[in-house]
Design a protein around this ligand. Sequence first.
Ligand code: IPD
Ligand code: CA
Ligand code: CA
Length: 245
Amino acid sequence: MAGAEEILRFFNHSFKISNKEGRNNLVTEADHASEKAILEVIKTNFPGHSILTEETGNLPQESDYKWIVDPIDGTINFAHGIPINCVSIGLEFRGEMIMGMVYNPHLKELFFAEKGKGATLNDKPIKVSRETDVMKSCLVTGFPYIYLNIPNGPLDIFERLIREGVPVRRLGSAAIDLCWVACGRFDGFYEHKLEPWDSAAGSLIVKEAGGKVTDFTGGEFSVYQHRILATNGIIHDQMLNIINK
Ligand code: IPD
Ligand code: CA
Ligand code: CA
């Protein structure tokens, strides 16, 4: 998959790092190289389509199709040699996600979904977990680079769950978090401040694996809003209750 070669080429080698907004919001030479490789493939094969990427921004066209690209999701992990990072590419048609792919080149795991056709991991169908009790669940979350000091903020919800003894992991890649919900490794994922490129592919993959994805009110999820709750569906209302306590 385009971009993945660049991730592997730079991983654990030296590369230039620069800072974006926030103290630890990094962008590396590898992010730019991965994005360039992906853009080349999309522009060559679909010259009329719109594109939205994390590092370049909006490349609008008169088109029903929009590609939404995160060239490396999990950049901090990447920069520290932690093999939990990926390329995430989603395709939107008239405002609706119709295809998503997330590839972790370190684990050689390709998650893929097409709207209405289910989700796969390395070509094998995947399903969300069947856990019925949030108290017995294994969850995952992420924290924004600039802390959100708001009611029911990231630490409030984390604290509620941890005080109940619920395992909550923090992998550092929202796209992988979502895919690991889709294949049943996690029962649920929530995060307060994602961008479209973080959630575009993964949110469709969860839905196509039989899971549920909403905002924090239980309303319909859009990749253009920040808050996301993605679960196996069964524990969704229990999670909403904890989030909105
Ligand atoms: C980040 C990761 C992380 C999430 C952050 C994202 P990046 O993306 O997905 O898990 O907690 O909100 O910004 O910066 O590595 O592409
Ligand atoms: Ca990201
Ligand atoms: Ca990124």
